[in-house]
Design a protein around this ligand. Sequence first.
Ligand SMILES: NC(=O)c1ccc[n+]([C@@H]2O[C@H](COP(=O)([O-])OP(=O)(O)OC[C@H]3O[C@@H](n4cnc5c(N)ncnc54)[C@H](OP(=O)(O)O)[C@@H]3O)[C@@H](O)[C@H]2O)c1
Length: 266
Amino acid sequence: MAMQTLKDKKIWITGASSGIGEALALELARAGAHLVLMSRNRDRLEQVRKACLEYTSVCLVQPLDLSRPDTMDEMVTRAMKQMGGIDILINNAGQSQRSLAKETPVDIDRKIMEVNFFGVIKLTKLLLPYMLKQGSGHIVAVSSITGKFGFPWRTAYSAAKHAVQGFFESLRAELKEDNIKVTIVSPGRIKTNISLNAITGSGTPYNKMDSGQAGGMLPEHCARKIVKSIRQERKEVLVGNQELLMVYIHRFWPGLYHRLVTKINN
Ligand SMILES: NC(=O)c1ccc[n+]([C@@H]2O[C@H](COP(=O)([O-])OP(=O)(O)OC[C@H]3O[C@@H](n4cnc5c(N)ncnc54)[C@H](OP(=O)(O)O)[C@@H]3O)[C@@H](O)[C@H]2O)c1
């Protein structure tokens, strides 16, 4: 399989202030990529930027709130002026959920959809014209294995990730003749603060480390696998450990999947 070089590539990463996105930023900086780091927490992004500048000469910070689509046009215009282009967009930012559907008001479901789906496609649609104009590009969508099967306590999050899967798989087919690649990454359990930052039915953070995440793959290991899949221009990649088996159990043994998934209590 051909391996693309990432040296001097202009790579925009959302959710670069923490977890998988932070590890991706460092891994890509080591590969010599030029980076735009985006998320809400500017101070954290500045810290990540400082670490990246040990390895790469170009690393910009751009505050981005995926739940505020009205602010994105201006942000993209500003960042594009500074960076001068885009080769790869990594849609990594996301927020998980820890609440039962019966205890979750619809406005929280909408917020989860906004951050994990509508915000993601809005940013993608703002950046896609630049890729179409230059006749090349690569879009990466970080979904989840819960984008492949349903999971209790994550109804809206799983729905948003299923939507991400459907959107980017369809987009890949549409862009085949435009030399724009689409990679969908579905992580399993990665040891980040995702459960602490997950939203609950009352809109507050869950603030607890789940045992699944605590025992999960290290974000640095996950980032290396994602970067390899980008270099190889893979269409789909699952990243994790034994929990990835559920993807195949769901597909080939739906009865067994149901028995296993109903035993999960958060
Ligand atoms: N960890 C796992 O086990 C796991 C499993 C499957 C999928 N994933 C996916 O992997 C991606 C990265 O998650 P992670 O595990 O690294 O979690 P994390 O440590 O909580 O990081 C989430 C990132 O998303 C950003 N973010 C959250 N809400 C945002 C918003 N409204 N606007 C802009 N940025 C926002 C956060 O930055 P700010 O707070 O600075 O905005 C942070 O950088 C997510 O898409 C997640 O769904 C993770």
